[in-house]
Ligand binder design. Structure first.
Ligand code: FE2
Length: 243
């Protein structure tokens, strides 16, 4: 399925929805724009969890949707200033907050919207995933982003293949697949924030279990064909070493 067709197909469905139409916390033209965006992300993520679209389609669709809205509009729509001042920065690693959309507590989204705050030199520690995918949009700041395919996983290590190593700034979306680009590592070059779309329950719509594998990248060993075997480590160890 092409990028265009993913979103075009969703458009036909979304027009039938009235999510948040009476209880919306979004006001004015920007509010409506962000409400439409959230509905589309929700629908795309629901389609992924329901196995109507592939992970590749989801990644392409999220990219298209998030690039259609200026970061400043998104920040206004999610009360970025309020969230950022509430969570501050962590001395190691990140602080995060769930983004709340509107007053309709009964509404359940197919994705978890969050913001991450990462101070200069701090990082979203290197890690891989199972049974989840995510997308990360820098809102302000800059990161060195590295990503790797997850090739093989055993109980103590992951074999990974480098795919991305670049500087990113506001608007440079990155996402992970189930295997492709599944491992990521962000080091903030300046005080930075991301808007994150997280989808769990890929294997079973009713089960939101997922796993995170923190990686000791300094202990990586070559595994042939440019691949690396990297031991896993606990969150506390990983934060001490890489946070
Ligand atoms: Fe992650």
């Amino acid at each position: 399925m092409t990028r265009r067709s993913v979103i075009a197909q969703l458009g036909a469905i979304t027009s039938l929805l009235s999510i948040g139409s009476t209880t919306s916390a979004f006001a004015g033209p920007v509010g409506r724009e962000i409400e439409r965006l959230i509905s589309k992300i929700d629908e795309l993520s629901g389609s992924l969890r329901g196995e109507l679209i592939s992970v590749a389609d989801w990644r392409a669709g999220i990219d298209e949707l998030l690039s259609s809205v200026p970061e400043t509009d998104l920040m206004a729509g999610i009360d970025f200033d309020g969230l950022a001042s509430k969570i501050g920065f962590a001395e190691l690693g990140v602080t995060t907050a769930r983004v709340d959309f509107g007053s309709d507590e009964t509404r359940t989204l197919n994705f978890l919207p969050k913001i991450f705050a990462v101070d200069t030199g701090r990082s979203i520690i290197p890690h891989g995933h199972a049974n989840m995918v995510s997308a990360h949009l820098p809102l302000t700041g800059a990161f060195r982003l590295r990503q790797y395919d997850q090739v093989v996983r055993d109980t103590r290590s992951l074999i990974i293949q480098p795919t991305v190593d670049r500087l990113i700034g506001a608007g440079d979306l990155s996402s992970i697949g189930e295997d492709d680009d599944n491992v990521h590592w962000f080091i903030a070059e300046e005080p930075s924030y991301t808007f994150d779309v997280i989808v769990t329950g890929l294997a079973d719509e009713a089960d939101h279990q997922f796993e995170i594998f923190n990686l000791d990248m300094e202990a990586a060993e070559p595994n042939g064909n440019g691949r690396l075997r990297v031991p896993t480590m606990s969150v506390s160890e990983a934060l001490r070493k890489y946070g």
